[in-house]
Design a protein around this ligand. Structure first.
Ligand code: ADP
Ligand code: MG
Length: 355
């Protein structure tokens, strides 16, 4: 079977130019894609939230309003195109913060009306998964492949049968993996978002220093809220004896927490691989930036004969390039959005293109 990339290259001559907009949380982003190649990828990260220890929705929404025009403008300039060169406008319809999504959604809908070009509504996690197909000369997964999607809001095991046929096999029943990193980081006294800081400290710590409880959840589902409680009780007990316990053991605590999160993820990933026989394994989402997760996927892949696909760092965090890539696949499939669709904070994953 010819690869997706061969098909895309054949289409190159009349490749559509897609402008994509992503504003689901605290990054205002725009990208331009032609075929499977990114011509521009601009992200404006909001720094105002740092002083509040988390994203403040109202401030995020206002910052998106200020940034969206300059960000889109910068993307057009970087791609060296005019508005009239755009063939379709893709945007993140959800999930995310309502006030943030509304800015990107309204902008995309208005531009679509003004330019008389089709709208493509994209699910944020669909974008994270299909980012693997952005052509930067790297190997791409063959269908069907398994994608472990791990972010601040999602933890899922997805079998990707095709770019528009995705089957969720397992999900978290409580907190997402990124949420677990962030909440436990907060208990340890690290600033928001704690995930990257836990990662950094874990590199200097002993992952076997402390043992935390692991969930007993059936099938391919995950649970992380028990781990958070286990860490909290453990630290309360230790600091009662030694008030400086956390300070003295920060790296070991982070390494042990990270190892436990990875154990929880890999137990279910390995089970799904065993049950399906699929050997192409990808990771996606913010937590796929985690050094330990990337290393463990490579090590497990080597041991078990998997082909592993790890996104480059720029496509782990929120970006519009991935929304453009997902938009391109939907465009090819003839799946478009319309003006009556609004932003949806809790957009269901598999129904984003047929509602
Ligand atoms: P969402 O789009 O669901 O809000 P993102 O895809 O933006 O989530 O990912 C953000 C999450 O990823 C946060 O929870 C953050 O702590 C986590 N994260 C980012 N980098 C790392 C890392 N290196 N290690 C662990 N977690 C990380
Ligand atoms: Mg994300």
């Amino acid at each position: 079977m010819p690869s997706i990339r061969t098909n895309l290259t054949k289409l190159n001559q009349k490749a559509p130019v897609i402008l994509a907009i992503e504003s689901s949380c605290d990054d205002t982003a725009a990208a331009v894609l032609k075929n499977d190649t990114i011509l521009a990828n601009i992200t404006s990260t909001q720094t105002i939230h740092e002083q509040y220890g988390g994203v403040v929705p109202e401030l995020a929404s206002r910052a998106h309003q200020q940034s969206i025009v300059p960000v889109v403008d910068a993307a057009l300039r970087q791609a060296q195109i005019q508005l009239s060169d755009i063939d379709a406008i893709a945007y993140t319809r959800g999930p995310g913060l309502m006030g943030s999504l509304v800015v990107g959604t309204s902008f995309a809908k208005a531009l679509s009306l003004a330019l008389k070009k089709p709208l493509i509504d994209v699910h944020h996690m669909h974008g994270h998964i299909l980012a693997h197909f952005i052509n930067e000369g790297q190997a791409i997964p063959s269908f069907p492949f398994i994608c472990l999607t791990v972010s601040g809001g999602h933890t899922q095991l997805v079998v990707v049968h095709s770019p528009t046929n995705l089957e969720i096999k397992g999900s978290t029943i409580d907190d997402a993996a990124g949420e677990a990193f962030d909440k436990i980081a907060k208990i340890i006294g690290l600033p928001y978002p704690g995930g990257p800081l836990v990662d950094k400290l874990a590199q200097k710590g002993n992952p076997d220093a402390f043992a935390f409880s692991k969930p007993q959840v059936v099938g391919y589902d995950f649970s992380f809220s028990g781990l958070k409680t286990s860490v909290l009780y453990f630290l309360q007990k230790q600091t009662a004896v030694d008030p400086d316990f956390v300070e003295k053991n920060k790296a070991d605590i982070c390494a042990s927490v990270q190892r436990t999160i990875l154990d929880i993820l890999f137990k279910k990933l390995e089970l799904l691989v065993k049950d399906t026989g699929i050997k192409d394994i990808a990771i996606a989402g913010g937590v796929s930036a985690n050094t330990g997760l990337r290393q463990r996927l490579m090590d497990t892949g080597n041991k078990k004969g998997w082909n592993v696909f790890i996104p480059k760092f720029a496509y782990c965090t929120d970006n519009a390039a991935m929304i453009a890539m997902a938009g391109k696949f939907l465009y090819d499939a003839g799946i478009f959005g319309n003006q009556s669709q609004g932003a949806e904070a809790r957009l269901p994953f598999l129904r984003s293109w047929n509602q």
